[in-house]
Write a protein that binds this ligand. Structure first.
Ligand code: ATP
Ligand code: MN
Length: 462
């Protein structure tokens, strides 16, 4: 017989049919002569309760070994449950312990554990309610991203993770090398990169954008969705050294089209989470972030707010005493400023546009004022930036001038500039941080808890 998951069993009629359940014991309770096992296989949040009436002999011996964390196979019949909060349970006729989890050494006993402690046992934390729910929502969101973009005719482009072009400029990069660093250090000489694997310095990518723009200028609607790496020493609850990013890029699209896409996209993802991850979201609402569901529903109801950076700065300056970092025109907004604007002014997601060119990347389209660029960030309550994007500079002369102004090497951008030399188009795109999205829809507080194995400064265990 094909093994059914707990979720599949939950879809059956509790009509006394025979079922087999395999999973891990969450709890075991003895009430009078009966033993209750709560079995979870990760297919959904809720456990399946298995009831053993007056177990004796061999079955009693097996149940003695079936403590929290043990893997078990239970057979029995599915019946309506007299207990509150569950429609059905299994009246068990047999229990087999597949793998024991000794109570004196298994770290996940039935009690509340801190997120910090669970990070130290990242290999076992998916067995908790919280991390099981995170994993299921993460899976659903990844799929929904493809669904949404594919339905709109976007092509998924696989951009490289290793780059030797040193041209992305979005943040500090990790170097990739096969040179023997120990020997080099001892020899004291300078590094000869012609002897390195790629014949020149190479790095892990900080963004797939420049590469995906090449396909945008041929297939019109494209996106990448993959890991990106940033070697910034930022030990915050919003930054990882390795994170996943979704980067759509659209030819013939202006900044307003770009923002419309971003808004539709985020709303689609929120709607999908509310609809398809209802049980997990109810758990997050109850245990992690009170009011989560209501605030997500509210996001669907009204259009996102818009403001220019200059307007936002004027507002921030009026409340300067509320901030650790004093706001002034030209400052790269801190999370505290972003949160203030969303929470106190917009009351929800907020697009900020037209940032000073000095704090944005070289490829963003320059405005006629000579000071600002056609950038847009989408800011949300609780942590600030979730999306960063822009209309790209499509005018060859202005782009070249900006590269030189910033002291960058024009030759390194040859292929990128070719996109402006040959059949240039206005085009726009953005990057949605996948883990920031996860923070948003789950209400989790720390980005290290929405990715299976977080990478951050001095943290690369597992
Ligand atoms: P921030 O100002 O929050 O550090 P950024 O401006 O450096 O972000 P972008 O270069 O615009 O970020 O990257 C696009 C998106 O990628 C961001 O909007 C954010 O969602 C996500 N992101 C950026 N850096 C990180 C990081 N270190 N960890 C996780 N997600 C990130
Ligand atoms: Mn940004």
């Amino acid at each position: 017989m094909k093994l059914l998951s707990v979720k599949e069993i939950a879809g059956l009629e509790a009509d006394g049919r025979q079922v087999t359940v395999k999973g891990w014991v969450r709890t075991k309770r003895a009430v009078k002569s009966a033993v209750f096992l709560e079995v979870n296989d990760g297919s959904r949040l809720s456990n399946l309760q298995c009831v053993f009436e007056s177990p004796e002999g061999e079955m009693a011996e097996e149940l003695a070994k079936a403590g929290t964390g043990a893997s078990v196979a239970v057979e029995g019949i599915l019946i309506p449950s007299p207990a509150a909060g569950q429609r059905f349970e299994v009246r068990a006729s047999s229990c087999r312990v597949i793998g024991e989890a000794p109570a004196d050494s298994y770290p996940l006993q039935k009690k509340a554990h801190s997120m910090e402690f669970l990070r130290e046992i990242a290999h076992l934390r998916p067995r908790t309610n919280t991390f099981g729910a995170v994993a299921r929502v993460r899976n659903r969101m990844a799929f929904a991203i493809h669904e949404f973009l594919q339905a709109k005719g976007f092509n998924y482009i696989h951009t490289p993770l290793i780059t030797a072009s040193d041209a992305e400029g979005a943040g500090a990069m990790f170097q990739v090398t096969t040179l023997d660093l120990d020997r080099l250090a001892k020899s004291g000489g300078s590094v000869d990169y012609s002897k390195d694997f790629f014949g020149k310095p190479a790095y892990l990518t900080v963004s797939g954008q420049l590469n995906v723009e090449t396909y945008c200028q041929a297939l019109s609607r494209v996106y990448t969705f993959g890991p990106t790496f940033r070697a910034e020493n930022s030990n915050t609850s919003r930054h990882l050294s390795e994170f996943w990013m979704i980067e759509p890029e659209v030819a013939f699209a202006e900044l307003s089209d770009n923002m419309e896409l971003a808004e539709d996209f985020l709303k689609h993802l929120v709607r999908t989470a509310l609809c398809d991850c209802a049980e997990d979201l109810a758990f997050f609402d109850e245990r992690i972030q009170s009011g989560l569901i209501e605030s997500l529903k509210a996001v669907l109801d009204k259009p996102f707010a818009h403001m220019t950076y200059t307007e936002a700065m004027a507002i921030l300056e009026q409340s300067a005493s509320a901030f650790e970092v004093k706001p002034y025109w030209g400052l790269d907004l801190q999370s505290e400023h972003e949160k203030f604007l969303c929470e106190k002014i917009a009351g929800g997601p907020l697009f900020l546009t037209d940032y000073p060119k000095e704090i944005k990347s070289f490829y963003m389209k320059q405005n006629a004022d000579g000071k600002t660029v056609r950038a847009m960030d989408l800011l949300v309550p609780r942590f600030g930036e979730i999306i960063g994007g822009s209309e790209r500079e499509e005018r060859l002369d202005l782009l070249e001038k900006r590269i030189l102004e910033l002291g960058l090497n024009l030759d390194a951008y040859g292929w990128y500039l070719d996109l402006r030399r040959f059949g240039t188009t206005p085009h726009s795109g953005f990057g949605l941080g996948f883990e920031r999205l996860m923070l948003y829809v789950t209400g989790m507080a720390n980005i290290r808890d929405v990715i299976p194995f977080p990478r951050a400064p001095r943290l690369a265990d597992f």
